[in-house]
Structures are given as structure tokens and as C-alpha cells.
Design a protein around this ligand. Sequence first.
Ligand code: PGA
Length: 259
Amino acid sequence: MEVIIQETAEKATGVAARIVAALLREKPDAVLGLATGNTPTALYEQLVRLHRDEGLGFEAASSFNLDEFVGVPEAHRASYHHYMRRHLFDHVDVRDENVHLLDGNAEDIPGECDRYEEDIRDVGGIDLQILGIGPEGHIGFNEPTSSLGSRTRIKTLTRRTRRDLAGAFDEQDDVPKHVLTMGIQTILETRTCLLLAFGVRKARAVAAMIEGPVSASVPASGLQLHEDARVILDEAAASELERKSYYREVYEAKPSWQR
Ligand code: PGA
């Protein structure tokens, strides 16, 4: 795992935006894996700015989102369909037919999940997967004890995750119990993972992911098995890491051809 620690969330987001932009410039038809939540909103803002001011193109790119609620209409303000339109898709030149989100209202849920896996395979896999992390170590909505070999499927949210999500709904009881999410194995098969985490609320999960044992109890720790996982943190999210100074040395001493 490559651990990149920046002073602030803003600087950390800048590093992530440069990585995404470099990929799109080198490979305009890149397949992006996208995440939702509070963490990546500033990243999407920067990508929109790069599109507007510097001509960063999404026209040939495609995308697959990590997860979606079950039973929430696409037009609902809390749905991830809505989130993605609001933060990215409505502001860049990505084509509708290249955008993929799970349908949480599908009649045949297992069929929908299988189709999603097939669609990912059909485009040749995901080049770059953006990820956040939950305070209990979930990636996507793979809650603690999710199988490290899991694929896209339905999951039940923990109470804590449902509490964290309450702000997007009118009432706590409106937060769905069920979601569809790419599995850990689906995520492990992406070519590069870029996980962003900001704030002290994430510090324990971040330390467990990077320095703890690989365990389904901390699903993000599965990324220790990924060939190219990059974790971009602000100081607060990095505060519980034991080997912080080593990660800094590695980053600062990177040969120029690796930058
Ligand atoms: P957040 O969510 O970005 O809103 O903190 C991250 C996650 O739960 O994966």
C-alpha cells in the first residue's frame, strides 16, 4: 500500500485529482470506479474545474459506482444516482450510456448484481477505483465481516452506518436497511485503488486498514492484498498510524520517474 499524508484534506484532494486527471489524459477511455459520500465531493469539484478550465475530457470515459440504496427512487436527494448527477455527471461531458450505477429498485436483485459484474468485465475492468472508508472500516458498503471474496450483492447496513447516513433523509427510520454494493473481490480486481480519508473520525479505521491484520472485521484491510492501492490522508486521519514517518520518507524519496 502506498500511504500519502498531506497537511490538509484540500491538499490530499489535490493529489487525488492530479492522479485521476493524469489517467484521463493518458487513457481517455479509462474506466473509473466512483464513490459517493462527503469525502469525494471536493475531488469531483476539482475534476469539474479541470474539465471547465483545462479541457479535461470525460467523453470517452466510463464509470461504475460502488453502491446504491435499495428502494430509494433515483430522483430522491439521498440516492447515489442523484449525488453523482449533482456533483459530477451534470457538469462534465461523460456520456449517459457510459455511466453505470446499480439499480436499487430492480425487481431481480441478484440478477442486477450479476449483470453489474458482467458489465464491468465487458468493458475490460476498472482502471481506477475511488474509495472512502467508514469509521468501522467498510469500503463501498462492505460492512465488517463481509467476505473478502465477495462480489456485487445486497448487504444490510450496520446501525452505525445508518446513523451516519441519517442527514440525507428526512427521518432516521427512512434510511434503508439494505444496499447493493460491489464486493471486496470486485474492488480487489480493479487496477488501481485510490482511497481517501479525512478527519480524526476515520483515524482508527485507517490504522487498522493499513497496519492491522487482514481481516473481514475491517473490510478495508483487504486492500493490503491489492497490487496498487494508494491511500491519501490528511494529518487527522493519519494520526493513529505507527509508521507515519516512514510513509512520509517513502513519499518524499520517490524517484522522479515514479511521481
Ligand atoms: P463519508 O463516507 O465520505 O461520507 O465519510 C465514507 C464511507 O462511508 O465510505
